[in-house]
Design a binder for this molecule. Structure first.
Ligand SMILES: Nc1nc2c(ncn2[C@@H]2O[C@H](COP(=O)(O)OP(=O)(O)O)[C@@H](O)[C@H]2O)c(=O)[nH]1
Ligand SMILES: Nc1ncnc2c1ncn2[C@@H]1O[C@H](COP(=O)(O)OP(=O)(O)O)[C@@H](O)[C@H]1O
Length: 185
């Protein structure tokens, strides 16, 4: 049974970093999702996201979609199947709403990894270091969705791996353990 690792957590908790690690270390393929958010410096269309206009987004056939900090995001079944082809598993970065939908639709194929940090101030510092502009950071940390995704929804607590991503060496060890366990099952 093919699995999909769903990475969830507030902005700056390290979702993209964890996804890149799983790709590089385990040849797990990324599911590229669609968004109407403008690309950040260095982000590439078709690699980081499929960047859409509000109009082109409307015409997509999606498995699930959400609004997050005033922009649309959504993922397709087709992109998931593409990632599964020829790879041991897939990885996707979702908000907690999307993670719930994935669990409902794909059941035990979904492995949820929830990332946290003890102090949300660290997140602001990380977004600055990542190069986000101050207005984008303010909007993001004031959004309802950011506040919501600082904690895991009740429905996901019993079926998620929770990783406190502060010390990368420890995070990596936890990821290695859980990937090996999930991929042999
Ligand atoms: N439900 C859902 N959430 C998504 C999708 N793509 C990205 N997200 C989530 O949208 C939120 C915002 O992503 P992004 O703008 O890249 O910001 P970041 O979290 O600061 O890196 C994050 O929580 C992502 O996990 C998608 O296709 N569906
Ligand atoms: N364990 C960690 N310790 C310090 N910085 C980290 C750690 N994990 C990720 N970062 C950095 O924090 C910033 C935000 O990480 P990113 O993966 O983009 O988060 P997200 O995708 O959740 O918004 C990036 O600059 C990344 O290099």
């Amino acid at each position: 049974m093919k699995k999909v690792f769903v990475i969830v957590g507030a902005a700056g908790t390290g979702k993209t970093t964890v996804q890149a690690y799983l790709q590089a270390q385990y040849q797990i393929a990324k599911v590229i999702t669609h968004t109407t958010r403008p690309a950040r410096a260095g982000e590439v269309d078709g690699v980081d996201y499929y960047f859409e206009s509000p109009d082109s987004f409307q015409h997509l056939e999606l498995l699930e979609q959400v609004e997050y900090d005033h922009y649309q995001y959504g993922s397709s079944r087709e992109a998931l199947e593409r990632a599964w082809q020829g790879h041991p598993a897939a990885v996707i970065v979702l908000d907690s709403q999307g993670a719930l939908t994935y669990c409902q639709q794909l059941g035990s194929q979904v492995v949820v990894i929830f990332l946290t940090v003890a102090n949300p101030d660290i997140l602001v510092q990380r977004l600055r270091t990542r190069g986000d502009n101050s207005q984008a950071i303010r909007s993001r940390i004031n959004s309802q969705e950011f506040k919501r995704d600082l904690t895991l929804p009740d429905q996901l607590t019993d079926r998620s791996y929770v990783i406190n991503n502060e010390d990368w060496t420890i995070t990596r060890q936890q990821l290695d353990r859980l990937v090996l366990r999930e991929l042999v099952d």
